[in-house]
Design a protein around this ligand. Structure first.
Ligand code: 3PG
Ligand code: MG
Length: 397
């Protein structure tokens, strides 16, 4: 039994369902350039529509200070209607008479999208008056926006306290996958953490060493750990002021019985660009004018070998500068090894975070992992072991 209500528990026919979704999608030249988040919310919208609810979508876009065209959700309507295969009625305000009238006029099963909730300051402030104004247009609340669940806003948290509240299908799937990844995993568990900076992932590393059996550190942040072990990393990205912190994390890991894997060799270059002259060296042999831009083949082999004994992998952040070939090699090779084991049924693998989704897509394995989360900040906070207000509000009743 999940600790929150799902759509299985909801009486939907003829009801006004306020559905919080994440339509904070990337745009290029006025069109949606990546529809992943739209695709993810389709099951919930379709189910609500088929069960005869009036589907009223609430979402934010960008971080506006008040109303502005640049952040209007109107620009997302064509992509959403296209993906849904059904018209979407756009309403220029998320509260008040315009919304009330449009919802009253809609037939059961129709889908409406209300304008950016953040055009009202009350959303981010979780202002009770604004919560009431939103709630006035709904009979029930469905939250399908895990990726905004780290925000305690009116549309992500407040509404769950004033209307009967349910997890949408994507929220449900995400929570189940994440719980299998870290809360209640089959062991041994490996976490892979990459990305540029240790400073943005201190809480994450601190939590992970207590929970996982093996912690693989990649990306620029591995350089800080190497420097802490006395390795000269040349011109590599490195937070030299954090070597003390890196040593503390290593000590914590040792105490908790968590093995930390750092690169033993690296791809190094003098220039930060695609296909520069590069060489493979043991990490102790980086020249003063060279940068580490990816983990080397021995390091990759070590991770892949270790994977063979793992039952669960949780992954956030690429190994190298994966947008610049050949420095995508470690990320792609490990991602494919992970995917192969998931397909063979011997591994549960959950990955998340903006760069990580791009990296898994690039490796061609996004559909092969157990779950790939589109959440950025929310995924990180979950990996940090923090309670997410949007999720907690669904449980509390
Ligand atoms: C995201 O894009 O990560 C979510 O939609 C949350 O957006 P925010 O960081 O502006 O709250
Ligand atoms: Mg964000």
């Amino acid at each position: 039994m999940p600790a929150f209500r799902t759509l299985d528990d909801a009486d939907l026919a003829g009801k006004r369902a306020l559905v919080r979704v994440d339509l904070n999608v990337p745009m290029e030249n006025g069109a949606v350039s990546d529809t992943t988040r739209i695709d993810r919310i389709l099951p919930t919208i379709r189910e609500l529509s088929q069960k005869g609810a009036k589907v009223v979508l609430l979402a934010h876009f960008g971080r506006p200070k008040g109303r502005d065209d640049k952040n209007s959700l109107k620009q997302v309507v064509p992509a959403l209607a296209h993906a849904l295969g059904q018209p979407v009625i756009f309403v220029e305000d998320c509260i008040g008479e315009a919304a009330a009238k449009a919802i009253a006029a809609a037939k059961n099963g129709e889908v409406l999208l209300l304008e950016n909730t953040r055009f009202h300051a009350g959303d981010e402030k979780n202002d009770p008056d604004f919560v009431r104004a939103l709630a006035a247009n709904g009979d029930l609340y469905v939250n399908d926006a895990f990726s905004a669940a780290h925000r305690a806003h009116a549309s992500t948290e407040g509404l769950a306290h004033v209307l009967p509240a349910y997890a949408g299908r994507t929220m449900q799937a995400e929570l189940e996958a994440l719980s299998a990844g870290l809360d209640n995993p089959s062991r041994p568990v490996m976490a892979i953490v990459g990305g540029a900076k240790v400073s943005t992932k201190l809480d994450l590393l601190g939590n992970l060493v207590k929970k996982v059996d093996v912690l693989v550190i990649g990306g620029g942040m591995a350089n800080t750990f190497l420097a802490a072990r006395g390795v000269d990393v040349g011109k590599s990205l490195c937070e030299h002021d954090l070597v003390g912190t890196a040593r503390e994390i290593e000590a914590k890991a040792k105490e908790a019985g968590c093995e930390i894997l750092l690169p033993v060799d690296a791809l190094v270059a003098r220039e930060f660009k695609a296909h520069p002259g590069h060489r493979v060296v043991p990490v102790g042999e980086v020249a003063a004018d060279e940068m580490i831009l990816d983990a080397g083949p021995l390091s990759v082999a070590e991770v892949v070998l270790k994977l063979a004994t793992m039952k669960t992998v949780v992954w956030n952040g690429p190994f190298g500068a994966f947008e610049l070939p050949p420095f995508d090699t470690a990320t792609v090779t490990v991602a494919r090894a992970v995917a192969e084991k998931v397909r063979a049924g011997t591994l549960v693998a959950v990955a998340g975070g903006g760069d990580t989704v791009a990296a898994m897509n690039h490796a061609g394995v996004a559909d092969d992992l157990t779950y790939v989360s589109t959440a950025g900040g929310a995924f990180l906070e979950w990996m940090e072991g923090k309670a997410l207000p949007g999720v907690e509000a669904l449980r509390a009743r």
